[in-house]
Ligand binder design. Structure first.
Ligand code: CP
Length: 328
């Protein structure tokens, strides 16, 4: 029983009343009401107030065409905690949706949705989850599609930030590192409806913040600032979401040998010295995996929330699966 969360969030009576589509394809489809309900259900799972076996015996397909640690294991743990049976392949290149056989994602979804009760898919192609949803008889959950989106990570991020900050409304939220990634796009969409006072980006000098990302914020009259040193984020923001400095391999297939550069210029690296120098109280989040953008010596500081974020993730993934299964 998570007593801390029980105090932070009141007892929930949420029953997915705001939820319509069973699919989770884009953060854009998740209204504030939906996010509120999912956070309440996640809290109920964390505090033991929700029945975690109401979906006992149902099968959840985990189709990971691209590498993953957290999302894959997180959904597997969540499925087990719900009493479901997670099924999948260790290596999707041994499925028929590989280069040699070439079964389409649409056919894959048509087949798997006749065998399982939900599909969780990670793929290197933008739009892969939506393609599968177009032919699936069961809910499809986008677990990251190329450069496009990672909506369940954004739900986890908002859940963790609401818990850490008590409220995102009125806060200053920083983004360090490459702003082009799918986690940033999905999180900004959710943040835009949470009402932060401003969002401050610290992107690499050669990487502009994508226009659709800034537009989502400015559309809601949220101030957007661009800075070039992570110390500005530490000094001025209430929470900072870090990302690797260069994420240009995010759209690569598992078989690709290409990897992004692994080193960040000093101005983009969070260290204990910078936190001390700026007297920073900014809470540090990260979807992980990190490269070198947060020095490991930060891990035990009170600012560091990124491993707590992982702990909370299983409750949000339970909520997402529970909701998807309830709507079928
Ligand atoms: N945050 C995240 O998506 O991590 P994985 O790639 O390990 O799933």
């Amino acid at each position: 029983m998570d007593q801390v969360l029980a105090k932070v969030f009141p007892t929930s009576t949420a029953s997915f009343t705001h939820l319509r589509s069973p699919h989770v394809l884009s953060a854009n489809d998740l209204s504030l009401d939906v996010v509120d309900e999912l956070c309440e259900i996640a809290t109920d799972f964390a505090t033991g107030r929700a029945d975690s076996h109401r979906n006992a015996g149902r099968a959840v397909a985990l189709l990971f065409f691209q590498a993953s640690t957290r999302t894959r294991l997180g959904f597997e743990v969540a499925a087990h905690r719900l009493g479901c049976q997670p099924v999948g392949m260790q290596d999707m290149s041994s499925s028929r949706s590989n280069k040699r056989t070439g079964e389409s994602l649409e056919d894959c979804a048509a087949v798997v949705s006749r065998l399982c009760d939900a599909i969780v898919v990670r793929h290197h192609e933008s739009g892969a989850a939506r393609r599968m949803a177009s032919r699936s008889r069961k809910p499809v959950i986008n677990a990251g599609d190329g450069w496009n989106e990672h909506p369940t990570q954004a739900l986890i991020d908002v859940f963790a930030m609401r818990r850490g900050l008590r409220a995102i409304r009125g806060a200053s939220i920083g983004f360090g590192g490459d702003p082009r990634g799918r986690t940033v796009r999905s999180l900004v969409q959710l943040l835009s409806q949470e009402g932060p006072r401003e969002v401050v980006f610290c992107p690499p000098a050669h990487v502009p913040v994508p226009e659709d990302v800034t537009a989502a914020l400015m559309h809601r009259q949220i101030r957007v600032r661009i800075v070039s040193d992570v110390e500005v984020l530490l000094a001025h923001c209430d929470a900072v979401m870090m990302a690797p400095y260069d994420m240009s391999d995010i759209g690569e297939a598992a078989s690709s040998g290409f990897v992004s550069p692994r080193t960040s210029p000093d101005a983009y690296v969070v260290t204990p010295e910078k936190i001390a120098r700026t007297n920073s109280k900014a809470l540090l989040y990260h979807p992980l995996p990190r490269q070198d953008e947060i020095h490991p010596d930060c891990d035990d500081l009170p600012n560091a929330m990124y491993f707590e974020q992982v702990r909370l993730s299983k409750y949000m993934r339970m909520a997402v699966l529970d909701r998807a299964l309830a709507l079928t």
